[in-house]
Each structure stands twice: as structure tokens, then as C-alpha cells.
Design a protein around this ligand. Sequence first.
Ligand code: NIG
Ligand code: FE
Length: 400
Amino acid sequence: MQLITNIGLLAGIQPEGVLRVEGPAQGRTGVLENAWLAIEDGRIVDFGKMDSLTTPGPDREQLDARGGMLMPGFCDSHTHIVYAGSRDGEFLDKINGLSYEEIAARGGGILHSADLLHQTPEKALYRQSLVRVKEMMKKGTVALEIKSGYGLNPADELKMLRVIRRIRESVPAAVKTTFLGAHAIGRGYTHEAYVQAVIDMIPAAAEYADFIDVFCDEGFFTVEDTERILLAAKHLLTPKIHANELAVSGGVQVGVKHGALSVDHLERTTEAEIEALKGTWTMPTLLPGSSFFLGLPYGRAKDFIQAGLGVALASDYNPGSSPCGDMRFVMAQGCIKMRLTPIEAFNAVTLNSAYAMGISEQYGSITVGKKAALILTEPGWDLTKLAYQYQTPFIRKVFF
Ligand code: NIG
Ligand code: FE
């Protein structure tokens, strides 16, 4: 049993059974000042105000929070953190004004990452990727989703999925796995042949993955392709869809139709997408890091919330559109660029992001019974300051 005492602010308290927050509820979270929290077998077993704390027994390992804030760790429901090498060679092209599509059309982009991944031995891919996962864990990420999608042929997609599994087995953070064979058309395939190849990869991928994703966007995969792939994966893998990044793609609607747990990106959203999401279990997930890096519009987070929906925010950590997994920066961008309140942004990077990878029964809030996957800050922090003073080191300890 571990007891954390003198917590200046215990933030992110939710009652049991709240798996996501939507509409006005996204702007609220429970807090307790001057609190304690008890952990047993890695789970939160109780918490309360310091003045309610009875003298703990000798079996209790104690940690004095010295007035720091204790909050749920960040949950990052959308990453492509397993990749080989770097795409810093394209950085200058980008700075010089080439768009994401233009860079891809020149043989850069996702296909370049696929070439690098093909040449990289599995062990090296694991080691390179693990460095990034550890960086994120140091920055307070306690749970993350990782996608395949830089293999783009059966052997290399499976190589990626094995590496994700090995990462999952070697870190204390929770890892969810997504098969994103349909990320781009693999080299040497026609469009049609590659869609069929993705469909043929599904049974083997399902041995490793929890989810299936399709890059349903202009120049990549159509709504019809997406539908075929999702139907082939039905009962095997739950969809999470890349939609509406480059164009209003129909990806939201096809995702909702096939029970997607989340639809992600949504830089380009009309009222029709917001309507399509109402009353569904699908979580709109916005990725401000890629808006920042690619100079795209920011997702309409506020409009989703005003329509009564919830939003999640994730990092999209990847070499081409968001080479950064810093969830506090994501939270700050949610506030500054999407005009979310700090609490709305906080819920977006904790509970709602946990929901968007199917783990919010265990992660994403301070709730008795949930994993004690927590961030303890230095003294003097609160949720507003977290987003406002977004580069000042704040973490004292991360609990997994
Ligand atoms: O989420 N949009 C598609 N996929 C990634 C980018 C991948 C890459 O450029 O390597 C994204 O932004
Ligand atoms: Fe992505």
C-alpha cells in the first residue's frame, strides 16, 4: 500500500462509470485541495482531504507530495511512433512551401518512411521507436496507441506489428495497437491490388492489433475502399479512422456507419460531420500537432463541444506531420488555437483520449478502482497553469 499525502491539488476526479465527457461536462472535472490518495497493487483504492486522514499503519509506504498537483497521466490515442530513421530531409521542402501532398507526390512522405522501414532490421526499429516511447513517458504519457502503416506490404506491416507488441511488453505504459495497412498505396501495387492486399492482411494483423485504421482522404483511400476494408475486418478489429485531414472526405460518415471508436484529424469539418457524430459512440479526435506542423486549419473543437459532443486530443506523433509527442503542448494548442478551456483540454488529453482507445474504464481520471497511472507535479501547479505556462518543467514523478 502506498499513500501520497499533502497533495496541493488532486485534479481529474470522476465518478465511477463515466467513460467520456461530452458537451458542458467536458468543461468540468472534480478537484480536491489538500488531499491524500492511496494506491494498492497499482490501483487507486481511496482518496480524500488531509484532515480526514487517519494515522496510517506502518505497512504504508508514504510519499509527501509537498503541495504538488496529482492528476491522471496523459493518454495519447493516436500515434505513429514506430518508424525508421527520420524525415528531416523533407523539412526544408516544407519550410520552402511544399505541401504535404506535394512532398508525397515527389516520393517523400509516407512512402519514404516505408522505404526506410524496409531497410531497417526489426531490432533497430524497436530500439529507435522505444527511445521515443520513453521520451513520451517521461513527459507524462501513461497510455498510448501505436499504428502500423509504414510497412505497406505484408512482411513489413507484420514487422511493425511485432515491434509494437515488443514495445507493449517492455514498457509500463499501456499500449494499444492499430493496423493501418491502408496508410498509402504500397510500392509496386496498383491501387486496387493494394486494397485487396490490405484485406488479405487482416487475419494476420488481427493476431496483434486491437483496431483497424484507414487513411480515408483525398489522394489516399476512398470511402468505397474504406468500406470494403472495414467490412472485411468486421468482428475482428474495431475501426479508428483517419478522416478529413486533407479534404472533406466522407471518412467521418463511413467511420460512424461502421462503429468506429474514433474518427481522427477532422481539420476540415462541416456541419454534416458534426450531425453525423451526434448520438454515436464515436469520439472525434483532433490532432493540433499536425495542424501546427503542416499549417493546416485547427479542428473545430469548440463547435463539437457546443453540439453536445466530446472531443479527444492526441499527438499524432509521426515523422511527417507531427514529430512531437508532447501532450502538454497538445493541451496548450487545444487552448490557444482551438479556444478550449484548460479543463476541456485536460479532459481531451486524459479521459476522452483514453475512451478513444477503449481503455477509459482503467485510465484517464482519478477514480477508485482505476490504474494509478498518475502525474505528480512540483508544488504550485494547477490545470490552467499547465496549459498556460506550457514549457516550464512541471513533473516530479510519473506513476504507471
Ligand atoms: O496522421 N495522415 C496520415 N498519416 C499521418 C502522417 C504520416 C506521415 O506523414 O508519415 C498523420 O498525419
Ligand atoms: Fe495519424
